[in-house]
Design a protein around this ligand. Structure first.
Ligand code: 5GP
Ligand code: ZN
Length: 112
């Protein structure tokens, strides 16, 4: 499958990894939108949050545990944001489930 995040998970495409385990990989976004901008992805190819089912939903809880740990490690005590863009209207450009962990600046709401 021609999926850039599967290739990042396997190491075929290089990335700046900040965390990995048997279930997920976290790495720095190529075009950071905040002082801290980390992407957390499952190793398993899941196209988006729209494909979450009872069979695979435990990865989401695991990724949120990893996000909380990474936020602490990156000094984001003042707050942070976790976002998963879904589909065309959601602004998803890479069709492999990923969570943006953003922090280090104040965030606007609602997002654009
Ligand atoms: P989306 O727009 O799908 O929510 O987010 C995709 C994110 O992946 C974007 O923020 C983009 O900068 C990042 N990205 C796309 N290709 C690569 C890559 O090859 N390496 C890294 N580190 N980030 C990437
Ligand atoms: Zn993939």
């Amino acid at each position: 499958m021609d999926c850039v995040f599967c290739k990042i998970a396997s190491g075929e495409i290089p990335s700046t990894r900040v965390y990995e385990d048997e279930l997920c990989v976290a790495f720095k976004d190529l075009e950071p939108q905040a002082p801290v901008h980390i992407l957390i992805i499952p190793r398993e190819h899941i196209a988006s949050a729209a494909e979450i089912t009872p069979a695979n939903s435990s990865i989401v809880a695991h990724i949120f545990e990893v996000a909380a740990k990474l936020a602490k490690e990156n000094g984001l005590a003042k707050g942070w944001r976790i976002v998963s863009n879904v589909g065309e209207d959601g602004g998803q450009s890479v069709k492999h489930l990923h969570f943006h962990l953003l922090g280090g600046r104040s965030m606007a709401w609602p997002p654009g």
